[in-house]
Design a protein around this ligand. Sequence first.
Ligand SMILES: *[C@@H]1O[C@H](CO)[C@@H](O)[C@H](O)[C@H]1NC(C)=O
Ligand SMILES: *[C@@H]1O[C@H](CO)[C@@H](O)[C@H](O)[C@H]1NC(C)=O
Ligand SMILES: *[C@@H]1O[C@H](CO)[C@@H](O)[C@H](O)[C@H]1NC(C)=O
Length: 450
Amino acid sequence: MKLLAHILCLCLALALSWADHNGHGDGDGHGHGHDHGHDHGHDHGHAAALPDRCKGIEMDGAVVTEEGVPYFFKGDHLFKGFHGQAELSNASFAELDDHHHLGHVDAAFRMHFEDSPNEHDRIFFFLDNKVFSFYKHKLEEGYPKDISQAFPGIPDHLDAAVECPKPECDEDSVIFFKGNEIFHFNVRTKAVYENEFKSMPNCTSALRFMEHYYCFHGHMFSKFDPKTGEVHGKYPKEARDYFMRCSKFSDDSDHVERERCSRVHLDAITSDDAGNIYAFRGHHFLRKDEGNDTLKADTIEQDFKELHSEVDAVFSYEGHLHMIKDNQVFVYKTGEPHTHLEGYPKSVKEELGIDGPIDAAFVCQDHHIAHIIKGQDIYDVELKTTPRAATNKRPIALFKKIDAAMCGPGGVKVFVGNHFYHFESTMIFVAGRALPEQHKISLELFGCDH
Ligand SMILES: *[C@@H]1O[C@H](CO)[C@@H](O)[C@H](O)[C@H]1NC(C)=O
Ligand SMILES: *[C@@H]1O[C@H](CO)[C@@H](O)[C@H](O)[C@H]1NC(C)=O
Ligand SMILES: *[C@@H]1O[C@H](CO)[C@@H](O)[C@H](O)[C@H]1NC(C)=O
């Protein structure tokens, strides 16, 4: 029965992934979802063994790497970022297998204490009674060690661990979880104190992400206060809604709440002439109305049928949304319903004079230039001339990879991961050498309160 269910699920998963064209992407959690280079149908035997995070699995461990990418561990596999297929953990952390076959990890955390240069940015893994310390994906000398030796007072067979630097905890600490027991380990004095987080379920993995603390239990998670263990607000929530990019969510998932608070990067964003903002992510888009700040979320399929999902870039120009996906440009009227213009889609090359795919695009008010970001370069496309050509190629010094960008009366906003940056003009953005203040997308743009 179990096998049958498994086979059934696999067929469903494959059917969905083809039908949905849904990203088993580049795996770094930061790219575009539609990586045509992957043929995920070709090896059924292999695919059957891969855990699928969109099915609602319980993770064994979670850690954010020094590059800021969350890794989620399940059995001998790991998931990088917010979407993409599972990979074997030993492909990224080879030495875990040399000493001990890596069937699973119990817990992981990243030492993130700038005052301790010898330990800063190490990723620690806990397996049974052993601890492994990795620095830049290499096992450090002297490891693995017994947990009792490296972290005296901390038990073996842990469930979860998370770093907690000052002032988020009173001292630079690591919080360990086993069953309903919680241990605060002081990194400097090695003192351990035990307390109980009464309002929280037993965690199977824990994560510090953007200065917030999350306990995962089953496929749900709760945000907690690391000092008191208190959970404030409406938790638990579904992990797939916030920490994974799945095409299907739980039935009671609130689209507005999820899209407003999601930690997954945006694919594209623009504001129309009236100042309404459209933000696109995976299969959904959020619309924020100018003036009353009302948020509406819907599937892209619903409003932009021809486009379906996973856009690369969107810009607004003269009452139309120009939406770019792979090598095609789709053009919709701004007003409701969003009617698709006749004659589209056209190729990006034909429409904008540059080969797709591109990463981001924006037009500033009262200008007739589409600024096209492709990799680390930006180009100008004069929209009033035909045929159009991408000219004035300039390197962007400040960012390696840009998810989305938009321009409004106040200047240019550039979106990278969970953050956006504001520049007074395109010129200042391109010529800039120092990163301006970082703003949180969920909090500052969409008003997510947690
Ligand atoms: C990695 O793990 C897989 C399965 O757990 C195993 O078959 C493979 O030999 C391991 N590779 C290395 C390099 O240890
Ligand atoms: C939590 O862990 C304790 C052991 O520490 C166990 O007795 C209890 O059943 C666990 N609770 C759940 C809901 O699994
Ligand atoms: C917000 O403004 C938009 C357009 O200005 C309007 O269509 C919408 O009905 C308004 N929503 C509310 C709740 O007032």
